[in-house]
Design a protein around this ligand. Structure first.
Ligand code: DAT
Ligand code: MG
Length: 149
């Protein structure tokens, strides 16, 4: 078989997940990890860190110049974050689905953002988690937070 259902082709992926400062402050690290694990993905690396501006500028390069960019960086500097790598078939879209859409007000109930976050009236949306949005982003972002992996 030459298509994607071939038993010899592999769609195992890696994605970068961040629990943002709001998630850490609210004690939701375990909840996020638990949802990732219950879905069946493997957490293959995990670290807690205080991000710095250089790291965040690299991570959020695509958003530089947008109105929410500075508030986003300030928010991400406001406390420790947890970075992890999750692995599994189609984990990139799978985790984006677990996370829910960007705006927590309308993110689907059942998703991390839909269940656990809401608009706080801040300039930047605070929505608990980050998840890579493509294989290219995933590999780029993993290198930023896990340079040896
Ligand atoms: P996502 O995190 O769903 O991939 P994104 O990459 O477009 O969303 O944006 C990064 C973060 O910036 C997002 O999680 C929350 C914040 N954000 C995005 N768009 C915003 C907006 N229009 N106003 C305020 N904050 C925003
Ligand atoms: Mg994004």
């Amino acid at each position: 078989m030459a298509n994607s259902t071939s038993s010899t082709s592999s769609s195992v992926q890696r994605t970068l997940i961040l629990v943002k400062p709001d998630g850490v402050r609210r004690g939701l690290v375990g909840e996020v990890i638990s949802r990732v694990e219950r879905k069946g993905y493997k957490v293959s690396a995990l670290r807690m860190l205080q991000a710095d501006r250089i790291t965040l500028a690299a991570h959020y390069a695509e958003h530089e110049g947008k109105p929410f960019y500075e508030p986003l960086v300030e928010f991400m500097l406001s406390g420790p974050i947890v970075a992890m790598i999750a692995e599994g078939e189609r984990v990139i879209e799978g985790f984006r689905s677990l996370a829910g859409t960007t705006d927590p007000t309308t993110a689907a109930p059942g998703s991390i953002r839909g269940d656990l976050a809401r608009d706080q009236g801040t300039k930047v949306v605070q929505n608990i988690v980050h998840g890579s949005d493509s294989p290219e982003s995933a590999e780029r972002e993993i290198k930023i937070f896990f340079p040896n992996l």
